[in-house]
Each structure stands twice: as structure tokens, then as C-alpha cells.
Design a protein around this ligand. Structure first.
Ligand SMILES: [Zn+2]
Length: 321
């Protein structure tokens, strides 16, 4: 499998081209497997006179500007590097459309693609999230070391490939149905693997309920079969609980055993502090009903509680993904 990522410049003029200025890719033996080889090419921008706001923030813009390589030459090298491989993966859908349009613009043959997977869509489905997850945020969720700058095509391809370790083949096959978005019923597809309920994990204390929802101990439920830690991106808040009590539900997944529902029961203690219990209860109709009821209530999108480098990543992620 080849995981690729592109950086481009949209410019401000009337030429409707997202001009690709960097191609980055890594080759993996299989989904989530070790990285075998890397490719990268900086491409000299020639179409637009100016750089758009996102492009100006690219960490390696200078390398592209100083490059001697044209898009056609870079594609030729990339094609040669890909060899017989026809299975590709991307983070999001924008890169593929940019690649196709650049090939048309420069009149070079398109990449021969057998299968193209969108890891971003697969991850959103696995996490039961109703919105796409930014790459830096996914990296953050999985505790992948973010030593390298985002928005460098090779680094982003590497991060995307590492996230592949958490995806399942089933999640890759998922195709979102945009037509029915408004009336879409939550598709649960929970794991059918038998498991024994384990005692819950204690959460807190926290001064308010909000940080309890974002806390690291709240967001890393264990797969009830193998114990591997999953990740919660979004909590569904059960409606109608009395003050001082909040039940929350979320879907999370184990790369091997599939999707599970977890519950976080938060209670305000006598001293005003919030404490809770994170558990993966038996997946019976009662739990599913509780989750679906909570889906009618509020949503809490989790925020990373850490500090380092967050501001920088936020800013540069404004552009896309
Ligand atoms: Zn598992």
C-alpha cells in the first residue's frame, strides 16, 4: 500500500488550479504495517503569481520555490517509484481531486489506481464521529509522537500511515452516504466478539464536568477482548439526568476486535469535584438504546488537554483537514 499526501497552492488569480508543490508518500507492506520506503518531491510553483494563506504557512515552501522540478517530472519519478503498486491511501478526499486536476492541466497520464482508501473517513466512522477529524488531532488521539512539522507532504503521509494501524478493513470499505445525511440513522455495527465485562476505570476528580470529558483517563477505554486502548473523540450526553449526574456514551474501536460502546458516568461529589467511572458494558439492547437516546441529546467534541505545540498546529490546520 502507498500512502500519499500533497501540498498545493490555490493562488488568488482566476486560474482554477490547486497547483501541487510537494508530493510525499510512504510504502507500507500492509495496512498499518511498517514503512518500507519513502518518496518526496518538491515542485517549483509556476502557475500562480501569489501564494494563498495556507500555502504561505507551509513549513517547506522555500524548498518548493527553489526546486528545479516540474510537476510532469515529479509525477514521472513518483510513478516509477510506485512501480506495480495499485493500492493507495490518503487523508481526506481533496488530495485525489487535486492530483487528477494537476495531471489534466499538465497533460500527463493519471496515476493508475486500483483501490484508493480514505483514512480520514474510515477513522471518523470507527470513532462514531459525525465530523471529519483533522490529521494533527488524530495523531494527538493516538499518542503518536508529533516530532515533525505538519503540512509537509512526506510527514503527513507518514502520520497517515501510522494511523492506519488503528483502522480495520471494514472501516476502509465504509462509504459515507451524503444524500441521506440529514436523516441518517446511526449505524452502530458493534463488535460481535464475546467478552467479559471488566471493572470500570476511575476518572477524576475534576473541578467541573468539562475537563472530565476531555481527560486522558476518560478518553482511552480498553478493548474488552484484548485490552488494547481505543480512543474517544466525541461524547454523546444522555439527556434528562438530574443535576450533578451526567451519563455519556461513545463508540470506540479496537483495530482487531471492532467497535464497542463505552459509558462514562460522572457524578458531582459533596466537595463539588466531579468523579466518574469509564466502562465498557455488555452490548445488549439496553445499552444500544441508551446510546441512541444520548444521540438525541448534546454532543461534546473532546479537546486535547495537553499543551506543547498546540497553537501552532491549530493555526496551520486552518487551511484544510
Ligand atoms: Zn481488541
Amino acid at each position: 500500500m502507498i500512502v500519499l499526501d500533497l501540498e498545493w497552492n490555490r493562488g488568488y488569480d482566476r486560474t482554477p488550479l490547486d497547483e501541487i508543490i510537494q508530493i510525499g508518500a510512504v510504502r507500507t507492506a500492509e495496512l498499518g504495517g511498517p514503512v518500507l520506503d519513502t518518496f518526496q518531491a518538491y515542485i517549483r510553483p509556476v502557475v500562480h503569481k501569489k501564494f494563498d494563506r495556507g500555502a504561505k504557512q507551509l513549513p517547506d515552501l522555500r524548498q518548493s520555490r527553489e526546486s528545479e522540478l516540474s510537476f510532469a517530472e515529479a509525477m514521472e519519478q513518483f510513478r516509477a517509484w510506485c512501480g506495480e503498486e495499485r493500492e493507495f491511501a490518503l487523508w481526506g478526499g481533496d488530495d485525489l481531486s487535486a492530483l487528477t486536476k494537476n495531471c489534466e492541466y499538465w497533460q500527463v497520464p493519471p496515476l493508475e489506481i486500483g483501490r484508493m482508501y480514505n483514512f480520514q473517513t474510515a477513522l471518523a466512522w470507527l470513532m462514531g464521529a459525525d465530523q471529519q477529524i483533522a490529521l494533527w488531532r488524530a495523531v494527538d488521539y493516538f499518542g503518536i509522537s508529533d516530532t515533525f512539522d505538519f503540512h509537509n507532504a512526506l510527514n503527513d503521509a507518514m502520520y497517515t500511515a501510522l494511523i492506519g494501524r488503528w483502522l480495520t478493513q471494514e472501516s476502509l470499505e465504509y462509504v459515507p452516504d451524503h444524500r441521506k445525511k440529514k436523516h441518517r440513522r446511526v449505524s452502530l455495527r458493534l463488535s460481535s466478539a464475546p467478552f467479559v465485562c471488566r471493572p470500570g476505570q476511575a476518572v477524576g476528580p475534576y473541578p467541573t464536568a468539562e475537563p472530565a470529558l476531555d481527560g486522558k483517563s476518560s478518553r482511552r477505554p480498553a478493548c474488552p477482548v484484548c485490552g488494547r486502548r481505543g480512543c474517544v473523540a466525541q461524547w454523546r450526553l444522555a439527556p434528562g439526568t438530574e443535576r450533578g449526574v451526567q451519563d455519556c456514551y461513545s463508540v470506540f474501536s479496537c483495530g482487531v476486535h471492532g467497535r464497542f460502546l463505552c459509558r462514562l458516568e460522572l457524578t458531582r461529589q459533596g466537595d463539588g469535584q466531579w468523579q466518574g467511572l469509564l466502562s465498557v458494558p455488555e452490548a445488549g439492547p439496553e445499552l444500544v438504546q441508551a446510546y441512541l437516546t444520548a444521540c438525541e441529546g448534546g454532543v461534546h467534541n473532546c479537546r486535547h488537554a495537553g499543551t506543547g505545540g498546540r497553537k501552532r498546529k491549530r493555526r496551520s490546520s486552518r487551511r484544510r483537514r
